[in-house]
Design a protein around this ligand. Structure first.
Ligand code: GLA
Length: 731
């Protein structure tokens, strides 16, 4: 059992291979958090908690005149609200009398093998090699009968702890849940840095590292999606932590809607981290006998710096998240028509592109936006999911059959969550979009959002998706979602504060059913690129289009930031034309290939316009990717330099789990004439193993390659790139 309750000490200790997490039932039934960090055996860490009379920190009534016991300073396992803890709270309950209070004390627990269930929402799955145990810890508010059941899933071998909370109303009055974080995590110190991943459309997940300082440093989304602007993943680390050194805590929220993540340094230099659904547009009625289930949060700790933490997330998200057959199977190399043709295509022009796509070795031809209804630009027809026969006579069936004849599979773009006002669907069902009574809705990319909090609207989406998938042989779907949610109201809802979360539950229901019914289909997520790049979407989609920005140099930063919390096999990355459509930059084709190869690899260009030499290079890149795909998708990922810090080049590597092979990549990001000799230092190799490097003479020890590195050829020009393939020399 990875979870031990010691009744004498009243401690709960959660053990994974390399970490220990502990809490304890303290005086008056309050549950305090005592430890999370490197593995420790047989220790009761509550000796760390000292009690002092802290001025202006109230004492619970039960503590009588003991002025040293205060919820305001104790490290707690979850927080109360309204009863004397002034730090950022994990919960806000509005009771039937209007009071805002919740004070949870220990009311029981259950420890059992296996993982708790989470109905209707994504969560980590248990695989046959896993030993997972669950702790359910009940905190009960004695006045109202409301319970917060804290759930912990301990993935012993994988050094991962999942947390979530279930609110149960055992009282006889309805309460309104105004805020519920999936986890609260208190630390007794505060000498940390706080790392988040922020950006904007076409420039997602830029890394920001700031010192934790007094007050709350928070980020989140109230856009109805996890968003381009802030990603639901954060790292708290020691000040001196770097790639291979230092204690790091990871917080990954498995949710695709509004979220909040905050870290607070309190007046006594302690830290609290909370993460959960953003409270801003949220309010949920919990009547007697009802429950509310919060989404899951995935916690990890590594004492080996960012790389250690990254490997924990990569490993668990590659193995325990998505059930698609494409997690094990080789993914197809696709060519997507968006940057090739935008809305400007017909049957003949697509076939031209498709023919050339097959010549460069693509496995899959994906028809992007513009194939349905009167969709000739982005201002119409979302919702009218019937093929436009004027553009594509014979429909998708004929097109897909022709693509098949060219030796490729056929894939399709959809944006099922949306409706254009200029559409038959909107004219038929104007109340099927999110809107607030009497208030005109803001448009985003001209479109409105379908009210997927309603079952009949979910069913409509399911039906047309089934029609599309049944009508022709489609092996890939790009599931897009191109606006932020606002005017979030539903004609069918009694409680408007519930609509945003019900919308997400509706999306999850649709994706759950479709992915189960069509296991042969590879679903790629998308939201204007990476606007919904989160662990919850990766539960359904093995890959997500990382960004609408295909500029290889910008991608270095985007993919770097994304790699901290998400595996490379999840990052949609394509080779596009130059000058790049987003930045106007020109970068060698080889460089574009190398950058796209640090993702799912594919093309986003009109292959029929490539000249013979470019086609040859593309064919070569396609072959290279096929050759290295397993190493790239299953190996350990190492960031060798940061695109934010190293002026001369950006480098990264994939090392096979058995350390017998490695693919190291570099891109020259800045160049000076007559430059200094620079070295790319590798990581993750076996010190004493000797490696051959393809295209280079001799062999080199892992030690030398890691300590001294590979000399970066001086003649490389700006934006040139190179890869080095290393294999262990047989002894
Ligand atoms: C979004 C996607 C693009 C493309 C367009 C189509 O912006 O991110 O890749 O599919 O929509 O309209």
């Amino acid at each position: 059992m990875a979870i031990l309750y010691e009744s004498g000490k009243k401690t709960f200790t959660l053990q994974t291979q390399n970490t220990t997490y502990q809490m304890k039932i303290a005086q008056y039934g309050y549950v305090v958090h005592t430890y999370y960090g490197p593995k420790a055996e047989d220790e009761d860490f509550s000796y760390l908690i000292r009690h002092y009379d802290r001025g202006f920190s109230p004492n619970p009534y039960e503590a009588g005149n003991d002025r040293t016991f205060s919820l305001d300073v104790l490290p707690q396992e979850f927080s109360s609200c309204g009863v004397g803890d002034f730090r950022i709270s994990g919960i806000e309950v509005k009771n039937h009398d209007g009071s805002i209070a919740f004070c949870g004390t220990y009311a029981g627990h259950r420890i059992y093998p296996g993982k708790y269930g989470l109905e209707g929402m994504p969560s980590l799955r248990v695989r046959e090699e896993d030993h997972v145990d669950t702790l359910e810890l009940v905190l009960r508010d004695a006045v109202t009968g409301v319970e917060a059941v804290l759930l912990y899933g301990v993935f012993e071998e994988k050094d991962i702890i999942t947390r979530t909370v279930r609110i149960e109303n055992h009282g006889d009055q309805a309460v309104q849940l105004e805020k519920i974080m999936s986890a609260v995590l208190d630390f007794m110190d505060s000498d940390y840095d706080w790392i988040s991943f922020n950006g904007r459309h076409a420039m997602e997940r830029g890394m920001q590292r700031i010192p934790l300082s007094f007050g709350v440093q928070s980020f989140g989304s109230i856009r109805g999606t996890s968003s381009h602007q802030h990603n639901p993943f954060a790292v708290l680390c020691e000040k001196n932590a770097c790639e291979d050194y230092g204690n790091c805590y990871g917080f990954s929220f498995m949710y695709s809607g509004d979220f909040f993540c905050g870290a607070q340094k309190d007046p006594f230099e302690q830290t609290r981290v909370v993460m959960g659904i953003h409270p801003e547009h949220f309010s949920w009625s919990v009547k007697p006998g009802e429950v509310f289930q919060a989404p899951e949060m995935v916690l990890a700790f590594s004492e080996h710096g960012f790389t250690g933490l990254t490997h924990l997330y990569h490993d668990i998200y590659r193995r325990n998240l998505c059930d698609s057959i494409y997690m094990e199977k080789r993914r197809p190399i696709l060519l997507n028509s968006w940057e090739a043709a935008y809305f400007d295509f017909n049957y003949e022009s697509l076939i031209e592109i498709a023919k050339a796509s097959s010549e460069i070795g693509a496995d899959l031809f994906v028809l992007d936006d513009g194939w349905f209804g009167e969709r000739n630009s982005d201002d119409a027809a979302l919702g009218d999911w019937q093929v436009n026969e004027k553009k594509l006579p014979g429909g998708l069936k004929r097109l897909s059959e022709e693509i098949k004849r060219l030796g490729m599979d056929f894939g399709l773009w959809v944006e099922p969550e949306m409706v254009s006002e200029d559409s038959r669907l909107y004219r038929q069902h104007p109340d099927w979009c999110l809107h607030m009574q009497g208030r005109p809705s803001a448009r985003g990319r001209y479109q409105l959002v379908l009210d997927l909090s309603r079952k009949e609207v979910q069913d409509f989406v399911l039906d047309f998706m089934r029609n599309i998938l049944d009508e022709s042989d489609i092996t890939y779907i790009k599931w897009d979602m191109n606006r932020s949610l606002c005017n979030i109201g539903s004609a069918a809802a009694k409680e408007q504060g519930e609509v945003a979360h019900r919308y997400m539950l509706g999306v999850y229901r649709i994706l759950e059913e479709l992915t189960k019914e069509y296991p042969q289909v590879l679903f790629e997520g998308c939201s204007g690129g990476g606007g919904r790049f989160d662990a919850a979407m990766l539960y359904y989609h093995p890959q997500i289009w990382c960004s609408d920005n295909t500029d290889a140099i910008n991608r270095l930063k985007i993919q770097y930031g994304t790699s901290f919390g998400y595996p490379v096999s999840a990052m949609g990355a394509h080779v596009s034309v130059c000058p790049n459509h987003q930045t106007g930059r020109t970068v060698p084709l080889k460089t574009r290939g190398i950058v796209a190869m640090s993702g799912t690899f594919g093309y986003e260009l009109d292959a029929s316009r490539l000249d013979e030499e470019e086609k040859r290079q593309c064919r070569e890149m396609t072959e290279d990717f096929r050759r290295f795909q397993e190493l790239i998708f299953q190996g350990d990922y190492y960031r060798l330099t940061s695109p934010y810090e190293n002026g001369a080049f950006t480098a990264w590597a994939f090392v096979a789990k058995d350390k017998k092979s490695c693919l190291a990549n570099l891109v020259i990001t800045d160049c000076e004439a007559n430059d200094a000799q620079r070295y790319m230092r590798l990581r993750g190799l076996e010190k004493r193993q000797r490696y051959r490097i393809e295209g280079m003479e001799g062999s080199y020890s892992g030690q030398a390659l890691m300590q001294a590195g590979i000399p970066v050829p001086c003649g490389m020009k700006e934006y040139d790139a190179a890869w080095y393939y290393l294999t262990a020399e047989e002894i």
